[in-house]
Design a binder for this molecule. Structure first.
Ligand SMILES: Cc1cc2nc3c(=O)[nH]c(=O)nc-3n(C[C@H](O)[C@H](O)[C@H](O)COP(=O)(O)OP(=O)(O)OC[C@H]3O[C@@H](n4cnc5c(N)ncnc54)[C@H](O)[C@@H]3O)c2cc1C
Ligand code: SF4
Length: 379
C-alpha cells in the first residue's frame, strides 16, 4: 500500500506552499492524474486539490471590459484561468471568434464528459500516451530514469519524429526517450505565442507555452519547465487579428489522440500579403513543433496554392522516424499544405469554424452532408 495524503487548497499561495513539499502533486480535473495513479506510473505521497480555487474566468486582458464576445478593443489579448474547463474554453465567444484554432483544438480532443471535467492548465500538463510509460513492467526512462526505452524497438507508431535526439549508432541509452506530447490545446497555443502565468515559492513569472514543455535532452523524466511548487494561474493569449485553424488526423473520428495535428495562425497586411505566420505540428515531438522554415517562406507573400505547396514541402525537414512511424513525415507535409490553404480561404473548411467538424481531417462519423448545410445550421 502506497500512503497518500490529501489537501484541498484554499488559495493559490496555500497551493504553492503545499505543493512545494517533496512528493506532492497538484490535482485539478483529475482526468489525467487519477489514471496515472491507478496505473502506477506516478506515485506522489501528497495530493493538493486546486479544483475549488477561483481560477475559472475568461476575460480580455484589459480587464473590466465586457467578456461577452462583443468586446471592441481586443488589442491586449485574452486571459484564461487555469481551471477554466476545456468545454468552457472551447465554447467561449472570444475564443471561437478570435482564437478559432484554440476552440477547434479543444473540441477535437477527448470526449464531451472529459472536456467538461478537464482544466486548461491540466490539459497542457498531461503526460505522454506512450504505452510503456503506463506499464510499470516495461523499461521506460521517463517513468524510471536509467531503465531504458522499450519504444525504440517496440510499438512506436504514435511516437516522435522530431527533437528526440535518438542516434541509431549509439543505441538505447539511460536517457533515451522518443515520446510525443499528446495535448491538442498546447499546439494551438504555441501557434498564438501564448504564455502561462505561474505563482511559485519565488514569486510570479510567465513562461511561453513553447518553453513550458521540454524535449528529453538528457532528462526524459522532466516533461515541463515548472519549478517545484509552481502553480499555473492563467493562460495568456496575445492580441491576434488574423485567421487561425487547427487540423487533426486520427485513427477514429472521435475520442482519439492525434497521429499528426497542425495549428496555423496567419495575419495579413492591407495588400493581402501574409505579414506573420506561425505553424506548429502536434504529436510529432515532446512538445508542439514549430516550423520556422515553413513560416519564413510564407511571410511577405500573397496566398496561393503554389506558395503553400512550396512551404509544406519543408514540413518534415530534419525528422528522424522509427520502424512504425515513418508515415508521420508525409502526413506532416500534407497536413501543412491543407491547413495553410484552408486558413487562407483557398480551400473550404470541412465544417463550421471553431468546431470539431472543421478540425477533423475526413470529417466526423455521420457528417457527410454538404458544408453549406452545416454552416447554415451553426449560424
Ligand atoms: C479517454 C481520454 C481521452 C483523451 N483524449 C485527448 C485528446 O484527444 N486530446 C487531448 O489533448 N487530450 C486528451 N485527453 C487528455 C485530457 O485532455 C487531460 O486528461 C485533461 O486535459 C487534463 O486536465 P485535468 O484538469 O483533468 O488535469 P489533472 O489530471 O488534474 O492534472 C494533469 C497534470 O497537470 C497538473 N496540473 C493541473 N493543474 C495545474 C496547475 N494549475 N498548475 C500546475 N500544475 C497543474 C497536475 O499536477 C497533473 O500533473 C484525454 C483523456 C482521456 C482520459
Ligand atoms: S518513449 Fe519515453 S515514455 Fe516511452 S518507453 Fe521510451 S522512455 Fe518511456
Amino acid at each position: 500500500m502506497h500512503p497518500l495524503s490529501y489537501h484541498r487548497a484554499t488559495s493559490v499561495s496555500d497551493a504553492v506552499t503545499e505543493s512545494s513539499q517533496p512528493g506532492a502533486a497538484l490535482i485539478a480535473g483529475g482526468t489525467s492524474v487519477v489514471d496515472l495513479l491507478k496505473e502506477g506510473s506516478i506515485g506522489p505521497s501528497h495530493l493538493v486539490d486546486i479544483s475549488r480555487l477561483a481560477l475559472d474566468e475568461i476575460r480580455p486582458a484589459d480587464s473590466g471590459a465586457d467578456d461577452s464576445g462583443a468586446h471592441s478593443g481586443l488589442d491586449t489579448g485574452v486571459l484564461v484561468g487555469a481551471l477554466v474547463s476545456n468545454t468552457a474554453l472551447a465554447e467561449h465567444p472570444l475564443i471561437v471568434e478570435r482564437y478559432t484554432a484554440v476552440s477547434e483544438a479543444v473540441h477535437s480532443g477527448a470526449t464531451q464528459q472529459i472536456r467538461g471535467m478537464a482544466s486548461s492548465a491540466g490539459n497542457l500538463l498531461q503526460r505522454t500516451r506512450c504505452p510503456y510509460f503506463r506499464d510499470p513492467d516495461q523499461a521506460c526512462n521517463k517513468r524510471e530514469p536509467g531503465s531504458g526505452c522499450a519504444a525504440v524497438h517496440g510499438f512506436n507508431r504514435m511516437h516522435a519524429i522530431f527533437g528526440h535526439g535518438y542516434d541509431p549508432s549509439e543505441g538505447v541509452g539511460p536517457t533515451t526517450c522518443i515520446a510525443a506530447h499528446p495535448s491538442d490545446l498546447a499546439v494551438a497555443l504555441v501557434a498564438f505565442d501564448a504564455l502561462v502565468h505561474v505563482e511559485g515559492p519565488e514569486g510570479a513569472r510567465s513562461i511561453p507555452v513553447h518553453e513550458l514543455l521540454r524535449l528529453p535532452e538528457g532528462h526524459p523524466e522532466a516533461d515541463f519547465t515548472l519549478r517545484p511548487g509552481e502553480v499555473i494561474t492563467e493562460l495568456a493569449l496575445p492580441p491576434f487579428a488574423g485567421r487561425s485553424h487547427y487540423l487533426k488526423v486520427r485513427d477514429r473520428a472521435s475520442f482519439a489522440y492525434a497521429l499528426v495535428s497542425c495549428a496555423a495562425t496567419l495575419e495579413f497586411d492591407d495588400d493581402g500579403r501574409i505579414s506573420r505566420a506561425r505553424v506548429a505540428l502536434g504529436s510529432v515531438a515532446a512538445r508542439p513543433w514549430r516550423l520556422p522554415a515553413v513560416e519564413q517562406i510564407l511571410v511577405g507573400e500573397l496566398p496561393s496554392a503554389e506558395l503553400f505547396a512550396a512551404a509544406a514541402a519543408r514540413a518534415s525537414d530534419g525528422s528522424v522516424a522509427f520502424s512504425m512511424n515513418s508515415y508521420k513525415r508525409p502526413f506532416s507535409r500534407s497536413i501543412v499544405r491543407r491547413i495553410l490553404s484552408q486558413t487562407a480561404g483557398l480551400e473550404p473548411l470541412p465544417g463550421p469554424p471553431g468546431t470539431a467538424l472543421s478540425a477533423s481531417v475526413g470529417g466526423l462519423a455521420g457528417t457527410t452532408r454538404p458544408r453549406d448545410e452545416l454552416v447554415g445550421e451553426a449560424s
